[in-house]
Design a protein around this ligand. Structure first.
Ligand SMILES: [Zn+2]
Length: 294
């Protein structure tokens, strides 16, 4: 077979693989290096996933199904954050909604949750007297911080203290690499007001303000937070596709890791194929708001 025919056959096979998987960067005999979170949150798949155990220190699944898979480091970060809240403010349980399926891909009704980088976390709630209760599910929190629990026929209170501790732990965790905490503006206001009153550090506040956003469209997010992790440099090489803003503190982490690597020039060339972070931010600023947050 001539080399031109071989090339033609390879190209045709690539098209077949891409259309069969629905993801141009899926692992295949032609691209065996792709693994983990492959593609973008709203258009991608997941391999080598880890499943969040059904129950752990300070958390439990909301539903018993196969929707709790993610990038292993992301799953660990969720476990760590729940355990931190349980240790520092004992007595409550974080309800965990959907992550991704074992192999990723479409997960209705979500637009994203396809690549193991998204997770829905329920709010911590208390009774009106402040006693922690297990969240009955996705219930809406109003401007006054109250939430009607239809099942229990009672009002519950948004547990701003524990929910803030959860957000704080996540944005301060370097392995979590939190790019977004999708939450509605009212929830964001309640959390930030609490954080300021507590005297949280400026850096933590800036991170929280950067990552919290009410996505449109994507649902009101007044009944849970949706967290998304950013690709790591190694994950980018393995097929993870970045979308949206680059967080300065995550960039700084990667820069310091890179500066201690002997091959940093090569690493830089591999990790920044589309220009500098500043250019990426400028591009992002022009882009429409994320429409795949749900
Ligand atoms: Zn979500």
């Amino acid at each position: 077979m001539s080399s031109r025919r071989t090339l033609g056959l390879s190209a045709a096979l690539a098209v077949v693989f891409a259309s069969a998987t629905g993801c141009a960067r899926a692992p295949s005999p032609l691209a065996p290096q792709f693994a983990g979170s492959i593609g973008m949150p709203h258009r991608g798949i997941l391999t080598a996933s880890a499943e969040l155990p059904a129950e752990g220190d300070g958390y439990k699944w909301l539903r018993q199904d196969d929707r709790h898979h993610g990038l292993p480091r992301f799953v660990k970060a969720i476990e760590r954050a729940a355990a931190t809240v349980a240790r520092e403010r004992p007595g409550a349980m974080l309800g965990v909604g959907d992550l991704s399926t074992r192999t990723g891909g479409q997960l209705l009704p979500h637009l994203s949750h396809r690549t193991g980088r998204d997770a829905d976390l329920l709010f911590y709630l208390t009774t009106l007297d402040g006693a922690p209760v297990e969240s009955p599910g996705f219930i809406h929190v109003g401007r006054d911080g109250l939430a009607w629990d239809e099942k229990g026929k009672r009002f519950l209170r948004f547990d701003v203290e524990r929910t803030w501790l959860l957000v704080k732990t996540l944005v301060e965790d370097p392995e979590a690499r939190i790019q977004w905490v999708f939450a509605n503006r009212n929830v964001e206001a309640l959390l930030l007001e609490w954080a300021r009153a507590r005297g949280e550090s400026g850096e933590t506040l800036v991170r929280a303000m950067d990552v919290m956003l009410e996505p449109r469209p994507g649902g009101p997010h007044d009944d849970h937070v949706h967290i998304r992790t950013a690709c790591s440099p190694a994950e980018l090489v393995a097929g993870c596709e970045h979308t949206g803003p680059v967080r300065p503190w995550i960039e700084a982490l990667d820069r310091s890791a890179r500066d201690t690597s002997p091959d940093w020039e090569l690493v830089d060339a591999l990790f920044r194929p589309f220009g500098t972070a500043r250019e990426a931010r400028a591009t992002t600023a022009l882009a429409p708001p994320p429409d795949h947050a749900r």
